[in-house]
Design a protein around this ligand. Structure first.
Ligand SMILES: Cc1ncc(COP(=O)(O)O)c(C=O)c1O
Length: 456
């Protein structure tokens, strides 16, 4: 990873990198990506990599979509900045809200713009609190999330994230939150427990948690349809509708965090469609602009919007918003992204290539290191185990998933180690079958390399 270029030297000296062990970075330096083309990126030595993670689960249209470059350039020339506060608006922000709401899950009616997924989640929390205050329930503040969830890093969103690495050292959680069990049957279900019985147990846990805390203290439940950064964890059949039925009884809002799952990633426009969720509030970011510009959104249904409107009338304004929320350049790029999704039939493309992707993921199940291979649409993962029959994990210090990702990188493919000794796959949505094969050939070789290195 280390290079001695002037850029690498400067990075070691001046940058403070997110989610990076700082001393190791200062010593070893960065992996510098300098150029992209289609589903490939190139490092500063010119070596090519297939970007099997679409960056951070986000560059859906790959790295050289000219229409997005043109949309940004046009908007920069016409109006590089204006805002949405106090009744102001811009053509791209108006058109984007309509385009996004038009394709959103049933019942979603309005969009509020942010600059990131974390801000979208923070805004969703604020909207839930405002909703309950509007309805005379100011004590409904606690959030329900799940262990291994990823909802971002800001103080509120980071509190909902259910991964120790995002809390430790920061004193998080800093807002009231209860983390429920992870709906990951491979690790969490009891021996011989059916999916149905596992779901019943998770639903019972939800019910006893509500009883223990009191429904009058709980604002909302937040969930990624497929948990991404926590390990690409797919919910068991029937989980979400049964959870939602319980929430509805107690006026607890359902926030669907679609930051990764949105825009065809799971084989439907929304993870909420794939898993039968009817969100009251929904968050979006990443593929909203194919990551060519930073933009996120928090969307609400009519029930939530009506309460927000009523309360803002009472208070005189809706007192929240970001200077760059709905930034015209970001909005223009996002709008063009949505147009490309429709013009180029991205959903149909995902549905066409997904069987090949899933077949290649599933084939890894036969490898001696792989305990479980899983996926849906164009997102997948392998969970590595020291012993397939007992599901015993490797010792943590072995960093086995990191070893596989590093070996894949040697073979020219970027994949990502995530918690639970898991290697995640999330290529750009434009990927074709040949590139899918190239990606999994390299992952297979990487698994063999790591296996060969293990003590026998
Ligand atoms: C489901 C989910 N929500 C929220 C976020 C936070 O988004 P951002 O990093 O843009 O703040 C992420 C980022 O990976 C995510 O995966």
């Amino acid at each position: 990873m280390s290079t001695d270029s002037a850029l690498a030297h400067s990075d070691k000296q001046y940058s403070l990198h997110p989610y990076t062990p700082l001393k190791a970075h200062r010593e070893n330096g960065p992996f510098v990506i300098s150029r992209g083309d289609g589903v490939y990126v190139y490092d500063d030595t010119g070596k090519r990599y297939l970007e099997g993670m679409a960056g951070l689960w986000c560059t859906s249209l790959g790295f050289s979509e000219q229409r997005l470059v043109d949309a940004a350039t046009r908007q920069l020339k016409d109006l590089p900045y204006s805002h949405l506060f106090a009744h102001r608006s811009t053509p791209p922000a108006i058109e984007l809200a309509e385009a996004l709401v038009s394709m959103a899950p049933e019942g979603i009616e309005r969009a509020f713009f942010t600059n990131s997924g974390s801000e979208a989640v923070d805004s969703a929390i604020k909207f839930a609190w405002y909703y309950h205050e509007a309805r005379g329930n100011p004590t409904k503040k606690t959030m329900l999330a799940r262990k291994r969830a990823y909802h971002g890093v800001t103080i509120a969103a980071g509190s909902l994230t259910g991964l120790p690495y995002a809390h430790d050292g920061f004193g998080l959680p800093a807002i009231p939150v209860e983390h429920l069990s992870t709906p990951h049957a491979y690790r969490e279900a009891h021996d011989n427990e059916s999916d149905d019985a596992f779901v019943s147990r998770l639903v019972a846990e939800l019910e006893t948690t509500i009883e223990r805390l009191g429904a009058d203290t709980i604002a909302a439940f937040i969930a990624e349809p497929v948990m991404g950064a926590g390990g690409v964890l797919l919910p068991p059949d029937g989980y979400f509708p049964r959870v939602q039925a319980v929430l509805d009884k107690h006026d607890i809002l359902f926030i669907a965090d679609e930051v990764i799952c949105g825009f065809a990633r799971t084989g439907n426009w929304w993870g909420s469609d794939t898993y039968d969720i009817r969100p009251d509030i929904m968050t979006s970011a990443k593929q909203l602009s194919s990551a060519y510009q930073p933009i996120g959104a928090t969307l609400v249904n009519a029930r939530v919007y009506d309460a927000l409107e009523e309360q803002s009338t009472r208070l005189g304004t809706f007192g929240t918003g970001f200077t760059y929320g709905g930034h015209p350049v970001a909005a223009a790029v996002a709008l063009e992204t949505l147009r490309i999704y429709h013009d180029d039939g991205i959903l149909e493309h995902v549905q066409t290539v997904s069987p090949r992707f899933l077949e290649r993921v599933q084939a890894l199940q036969n490898h001696p290191l792989v305990g479980q291979a899983r996926g849906v649409g164009l997102i997948g993962a392998i969970e590595l185990v020291a012993d397939k029959s007992t599901r015993a994990p490797f010792p943590a210090e072995q960093k086995i998933a990191m070893a596989v990702a590093n070996a894949a990188k040697e073979h020219g493919v970027i994949v990502r180690p995530v918690p639970g000794d898991t290697v995640a796959f999330c290529p750009p949505l434009i990927i074709g079958e040949d590139a899918i094969d190239e990606m999994f050939d390299a992952v297979g070789q990487a698994l063999n390399d790591v296996l060969a290195e293990l003590p026998h």
